[in-house]
Write a protein that binds this ligand. Structure first.
Ligand code: VAH
Length: 312
């Protein structure tokens, strides 16, 4: 059985629904620090669970006979800069609790999300390689890099089957953005529909690696379904789909909303975005477990606007 910790988050909420439709509702236990939306709560079992409480996680694992854990709970980059100690505690302690359960053979397999935030200002920004200089300068990036090092350590020293992906910025419409720096690429669609204009908190030439949630969910399921000996990267896999800046996303929105206007008012998140790569080399994911993105920016914009239109 599968336990998702952080099932109400941006990735967790869609991952829960995808895993339930793939394996059956009763096979997937969702959990988070607070209850989720109706679709999530109605479609299967849910547990209120604090990701930093090892005893609570262990008893949930035993109660539901969990074999696989997807640890999706974390504090993202922008919020983490405001609360460094809380971010470190949540992002690291939750990982140690789950790694230790696997080390003690209480669970068999772990998925843990990393991020392009593990790259820093000294990392080559174009087609950033799988292995390269990594000096992250954000709290979130430091915690994700440390987490990757521990994942590889637990695999090498205790045989823990933990698998990880360095997600780019993710775009989705089902959940509201949660404290990320790339969230401008979600907010822009909401504002385009609500008021026909958007004040962007990043500069117009801030080019970042991005991906549609459908692609991210498909990659997560694919890496977890891959045969164990095909997973040759045990820190975390680079994963890419597209890269764009606010000007490019604006152009695709104007194809649907011609008089959409954008203005730029960079805030503290510009400093975070400036430390990240512009594009990612994900050859290892394509070679090891057959990764292939399906959504480009035009398709994303069409899908976002049509789904949000039916919501507003
Ligand atoms: C964030 N969306 O902005 C997350 C992600 C690469 C960005 O890690 O913090």
């Amino acid at each position: 059985k599968i336990l998702i910790i952080g099932a109400c988050g941006q990735i967790g909420s869609e991952l829960t629904l995808a895993l339930r439709s793939l394996y059956g509702n009763e096979q997937v236990i969702a959990s988070d620090i607070r209850a989720g939306n109706e679709e999530l709560m109605q479609s299967g079992s849910f547990e209120i669970l604090d990701a930093t409480d090892k005893t609570a996680i262990a008893s949930c694992v035993r109660k539901h006979k969990i074999t696989d854990v997807y640890l999706m709970a974390a504090m993202l980059s922008a919020t983490a800069e405001k609360y460094p100690d809380k971010a470190w505690s949540l992002n690291m302690n939750s990982l140690f609790h789950v790694l230790d359960l696997a080390k003690d053979k209480e669970i068999q397999k772990i998925f843990w999300p990393s991020s392009i935030a593990v790259f820093g200002p000294t990392t080559p920004k174009q087609n950033t390689p799988q292995r390269t200089i990594m000096e992250p300068s954000t709290v979130y990036g430091i915690s994700k890099l440390a987490g990757e090092r521990w994942c590889e350590y637990y695999y090498k020293n205790y045989g823990v089957d933990v698998r990880s992906i360095r997600y780019p910025g993710l775009i989705s419409w089902k959940t509201s953005p949660g404290g990320g720096t790339t969230d401008y690429a979600i907010e822009i669609y909401h504002k385009a529909l609500q008021q026909g204009s958007y004040e962007c908190f990043l500069n117009k030439d801030t080019r970042l690696p991005m991906m549609y949630m459908e692609d991210a969910i498909r990659a997560t399921i694919a890496i977890m379904q891959a045969a164990e000996d095909t997973i040759r990267v045990r820190s975390s896999y680079n994963l890419a789909a597209i890269s764009f800046d606010p000007e490019e996303i604006t152009e695709t929105i104007r194809e649907h909303i011609p008089d959409f206007s954008i203005s730029y008012a960079p805030d503290f998140r510009q400093k975070i975005a400036d430390t990240w790569p512009h594009s990612i080399d994900d050859t290892n994911s394509r070679e090891d477990w057959g990764w292939q993105p399906q959504y480009d920016l035009k398709t994303i914009t069409a899908d976002m606007l049509s789904n949000l239109e039916s919501l507003v």
